[in-house]
Write a protein that binds this ligand. Structure first.
Ligand code: AN0
Ligand code: CP
Length: 317
């Protein structure tokens, strides 16, 4: 695997899972693989889990790590070609990317949807420029339309906790005060379908995700009906994905906040969320603190998914 931008890059899923469990059992098994190799992590947006878990993954593999927060201390970057750069941006991404490539062997990029242009976001304009101009293998640390390292970790977590071969996995929209990207729900839907689960997505009208990611999942607009018999509930907010309302908040209905009322009709479901989460908007204190909450094991598995992905990239160098 050279680049990692989605589930399609990881190859055979069962083999990826086997490697994940192998690494979980012995995190430093491949510590020689990254010797004298440097990972550069480039952040255009904030992060807690991705930053720490990916750095830890690189350390598991014996790599050196450089972290660049583009918005803190680097030159302000222009991203559009053809612009007369007479404003506040001092450097163009088209020079910055190949320069970054000079100092490392692998590049991780976090670049959220910017909500300026649906087309640019859905074409993954920033991530693809890194792939095209850095000369290095590139992996997504959440880009405009996907967060595959998260979904890989979520999938490992479900595999560790499921009690039936094909669990019912319900992803539910929940309210949030800010416009959030569709990256996490897109990847989660795509990955869960690829894993062969019974996947149901529930959200208010207007929050339909791009079918490119949700194909194979069922949509149920009635949240209570969707939750019936669920084995896993995945909470997440996202803003509208449609071209007409792209990036907008269409609904703030707090009856969608996931609490005991919804969880009581499930099959004693586990609760999952990628974090960071706003309590009592997305999920109640009681559910996130309850014995069926998997939010911390999911975060822990981010180290595992990142180690597998970096290992596969290092093996292709
Ligand atoms: C981001 C999102 O929803 O995409 C990152 C989640 C991992 N969340 C926020 O910006 C709060
Ligand atoms: N889940 C996740 O990616 O968290 P961070 O935004 O803190 O990295």
């Amino acid at each position: 695997m050279r680049h990692f931008t989605g589930v399609q890059d990881i190859g055979d899923l069962q083999e990826a899972l086997r490697q994940a469990l192998e690494i979980k059992n012995d995190r430093f098994k491949y510590v020689g693989l990254g010797r004298n190799k440097t990972l550069l992590m480039v952040f255009f947006n904030s992060s807690l889990r991705t930053r720490l878990s990916t750095q830890k993954a690189a350390m598991n593999l014996g790599m050196n790590v450089i972290v660049l927060d583009v918005n803190q201390g680097a030159w302000k970057l222009e991203t559009e070609r053809g612009v007369v750069m007479d404003g506040d941006k001092s450097e163009h991404l088209l020079e910055a990317i190949p320069v970054m490539g000079c100092y490392c062997d692998v590049i991780g990029v976090r670049s959220f949807a910017r909500f300026e242009s649906r087309k640019d976001d859905y074409e993954e304009k920033i991530l693809n420029q890194f792939i095209k101009y850095s000369g290095r293998p590139v992996f997504s640390m959440e880009a405009a339309t996907g967060h595959p390292l998260q979904s890989f970790a979520d999938w490992i977590t479900i595999e560790e906790h499921k009690t039936v071969v094909r669990p019912k996995v319900v992803m539910s929209w929940a309210p949030h005060p800010k416009s959030l990207p569709q990256a996490v729900p897109n990847s989660f839907a795509q990955w869960m379908v690829a894993a062969g689960y019974d996947v149901v997505i529930t959200h208010p009208h207007g929050y339909e995700l791009d079918t490119k990611f949700t194909a194979g999942a069922r949509i149920e607009y009635d949240q209570m009906k969707a939750f019936e018999g669920a084995d896993f509930v995945y909470g997440k907010n996202w803003s509208a994905a449609s071209p007409e309302h792209y990036g907008q908040i269409l609904n703030t209905d707090r009856t969608w906040t996931i609490g005991e009322r919804q969880m009581s009709v499930t099959n004693n479901a586990y609760f999952m969320h990628c974090l960071p989460v706003r309590r009592n908007m997305i999920v109640t204190d009681d559910v996130i603190e309850g014995p069926r909450s998997l939010v911390i094991p999911e975060a822990a598995n981010r180290e595992i998914s990142a180690t597998v992905v970096l290992k596969m990239i290092l093996e292709s160098l």
